[in-house]
Design a protein around this ligand. Structure first.
Ligand SMILES: Cc1ncc(COP(=O)(O)O)c(C=O)c1O
Length: 361
């Protein structure tokens, strides 16, 4: 039987290949590869799509975070509160600019930051909160904003969610090929709602200069390139459909009764299902059984960030973030992408059903 991948990236863009090739050829013919018309147009299209004040194309989602932190003047001696149940880049960006990541625990229902735990960790040194819209589900922005600190929304996994991008001082995005909005390589974006912050990010992505003549800041070389921007302009037009299809796929899993077998992600407002992440005490058995049937699954953040070797310097011990550590032990994700078909999902649910019936051990 055919293998089922966790995400079929190519199936999503396959019908668009002729158009992508045409745009690719146009860039080659133009001879302009860095900060040209496609980047400018894509930035404007993102401003319109996201409803934000400004958007700056950068090299990847990690740099997007670093550039925002740097532009806000955050550095040594400052603290930024973030989850430990997220991709490493979230905390890495904070540590990279010399600040201290302060890890808060998550809500077991949403897997996003628990705002009460965030509130308890605020100190006079806290300069920002960095919520992650994990797996495409919006973090509790209103509750976090009420804490009175700047929010930097790590939105790498949630482009196109109606709920995100306008509450924080900035939202950052990754266009890594498995993301909801993706390019054909690395790419990223900073969406900013403060003109001064946007201007600083724009300068920082190009060596701290506005005009390539005067260098006002010590910056970076972190630009989205023309080829990727040209691809992204094609794919952004498809994004509402991509996200609708992801949401429809998530609903199919629920309709097939998956929720009777394992804990499934809820149908939250604004959820764009970057991943379909379930939980079960039987996760290892279920994964092994699905693997035998050629069905790919994945587990996320099995060593949460506070326990990663590079983050041990910040003094967290096992047991310090109980919900995070429990979810790290029992989560697993099932195949989902824009355009996944019903029979494929039925095969997945049948396999989970069979596995759930097996005796443990
Ligand atoms: C939550 C989160 N933050 C940041 C990043 C970093 O993005 P990139 O891989 O484009 O640097 C990712 C991407 O993998 C992510 O999932």
């Amino acid at each position: 039987m055919a293998r089922i991948p966790l995400v079929d990236v190519k199936a999503q863009y396959a019908p668009l290949i002729p158009e992508l090739k045409r745009r690719f050829a146009e860039v080659i013919e133009s001879g302009v590869f860095i900060l040209g018309p496609n980047v400018k147009a894509f930035e404007q299209e993102c401003i319109d799509f996201l409803g934000v004040q400004d958007a700056i194309g950068v090299a990847n989602g990690t740099d997007a975070l670093v550039l925002v932190l740097d532009a806000l003047g955050i550095g040594a001696g400052d603290e930024v509160i973030c989850p430990a149940f997220t991709f490493y880049a979230t905390a890495e960006a904070i540590a990279r600019i010399g600040a201290t990541p302060v890890f808060a625990d998550i809500d077991p229902e949403t897997l996003n930051l628990d705002s009460d735990d965030v509130a308890a960790r605020i100190t006079p040194r806290t300069k920002a909160i960095m919520p992650v819209h994990l797996f495409g589900r919006p973090a509790p922005l209103a509750e976090l904003a009420a804490l009175g600190l700047p929010l930097i929304e790590d939105s790498a996994q949630a482009f196109g969610s109606s709920e995100i991008g306008t509450t924080g001082v900035a939202a950052t995005f990754s266009f890594f090929p498995t993301k909801n909005l993706f390019c054909l390589g690395d790419g990223g974006l900073v969406a900013a709602n403060d003109p001064e912050l946007a201007e600083r990010v724009r300068m920082l992505r190009f060596h701290g200069s506005r005009d390539k003549v005067e260098f006002e800041l010590v910056g970076y070389n972190s630009r989205l390139d023309e080829v990727q921007a040209a691809m992204l302009r094609v794919l952004l037009k498809e994004l509402p459909r991509f996200n609708d299809e992801r949401c429809a796929g998530a609903q199919v899993y629920r309709d097939l009764g998956l929720g009777d077998l394992v804990t499934t992600p809820g149908a939250a407002v604004g959820h764009v299902y970057h991943l379909f992440v379930c939980r079960s005490p039987e996760r290892d058995n279920i994964r092994a059984a699905l693997g035998e049937q050629g069905i790919a699954t994945a587990v996320y953040y099995t060593t949460p960030l506070h326990l990663q070797p590079a983050m041990r310097q910040f003094g967290y011990e096992p047991g310090s973030l109980p919900v995070t550590e429990q979810v790290a032990r029992d989560n697993f994700s099932l195949p989902l992408w824009a355009g996944i078909d019903g029979p494929t999902q039925e095969r997945v649910v049948d396999a989970v059903r069979q596995a759930a019936r097996q005796p443990v051990g």
